[in-house]
Design a protein around this ligand. Structure first.
Ligand code: AN0
Ligand code: CP
Length: 314
């Protein structure tokens, strides 16, 4: 594996999931693989899971890790070409990335969308600049439109918790007070499509995601109907794609225990962080339905799998 940007960088998904299960059983088998190699983690936005799990994964492989919080620690970076840099930006991405690559063997990048200009966000300017100007492998730690480390984790988690060969997996929109990216949802669909799932999306009308991600997947606007016999309920808020970045209310779409009664004792998943009693009710998060903690724990093993794949092909 050269870069890890999306599912398109995965040649063998079944094999990748198998490797992550092996790493989970024996996380210290490859503790020499990354000896004298350094992972750089570049954060344009906040993180708890991605930062900690990727760091721990790198340590399990014997790597060194350096993290940079761009917004608070570093220079404000310029991405536009041919401009006179007499404003707020002090360093151009054309210098910053090659310099970072001269210190690091692999670089992970987290950069959320601005949620103002759809075309600009969906052009993936930030992560593509790291690929274009970098000389080392790049790992997507959640870009403007995709979060592949999360999705890989979600597939591993469903594989572990499923009780039937072909589970019914329902991805549901849920309310939130802020404008959130579509990245987790887009990416979940990209990965889930490759699995043997009965896959359904449910959301209020008008909250359709980009058709490139939803093509071929059943959309059910009635949440109650969508939940019938579900084995997994995957919960995520996203801001509007059509009316780009708009926050949609709909508090009645919150996931409550009552709503799970016609499911097949569904396991409830969420990438976290989750706002309690806005997105998911306490009585769900504190019940046996919730698998959000083992799901988050799996971030460690999938991150380690991706780093191992890249280290092996350096
Ligand atoms: C982010 C999102 O929705 O993409 C990160 C999730 C992993 N969530 C928030 O900003 C709350
Ligand atoms: N799920 C996830 O990526 O969490 P963080 O934003 O805390 O990294």
């Amino acid at each position: 594996m050269k870069h890890f940007i999306s599912i398109k960088d995965v040649a063998d998904l079944t094999g990748l999931i198998k490797t992550s299960k092996e790493i989970k059983q024996n996380p210290h088998t490859d503790s020499e693989l990354g000896r004298n190699k350094t992972l750089g983690l570049v954060f344009f936005n906040s993180s708890l899971r991605t930062r900690m799990s990727t760091t721990r994964a790198a340590y399990n492989l014997g790597m060194n890790v350096i993290a940079l919080n761009v917004s608070s620690d570093s220079w404000q970076l310029e991405f536009s070409d041919g401009i006179r840099m007499d404003g707020g930006t002090a360093e151009h991405i054309r210098e910053a990335v090659p310099v970072l690559c001269s210190y690091c063997d692999i670089i992970g990048v987290r950069s959320f969308p601005a949620l103002v200009n759809r075309e600009e966000d969906y052009s993936e300017k930030v992560i593509n600049s790291f690929i274009e100007f970098g000389t080392c492998p790049i790992v997507n730690l959640e870009s403007a439109t995709l979060h592949p480390l999360q999705s890989f984790t979600d597939m591993l988690t469903i594989e572990e918790f499923k009780s039937v060969d072909r589970p019914k997996v329902v991805m549901t929109w849920a309310p939130h007070i802020k404008a959130l990216p579509q990245a987790v949802s887009n990416s979940f669909l990209q990965w889930a499509k490759q699995m043997d799932f009965e896959l359904t999306i449910t959301h209020p009308e008008g909250l359709e995601l980009a058709s490139e991600f939803t093509e071929g997947i059943q959309v059910e606007y009635n949440q109650e109907k969508a939940f019938e016999k579900a084995d997994f309920v995957y919960v995520k808020n996203w801001s509007s794609y059509q009316d780009y970045g708009k926050v949609v209310g709909q508090p009645d779409w919150e996931i409550t225990l009552e709503k799970l009664r016609n499911t097949n004792e569904a396991k409830v998943m969420h990438c976290l962080p989750v706002r309690r009693n806005v997105v998911i009710a306490d009585n769900v998060l504190d019940s046996d339905h919730s698998i959000v903690i083992p799901q988050a724990q799996n971030r460690l093993y999938t991150a380690q799998t991706v780093l191992k794949e890249i280290l092996t092909s350096l």
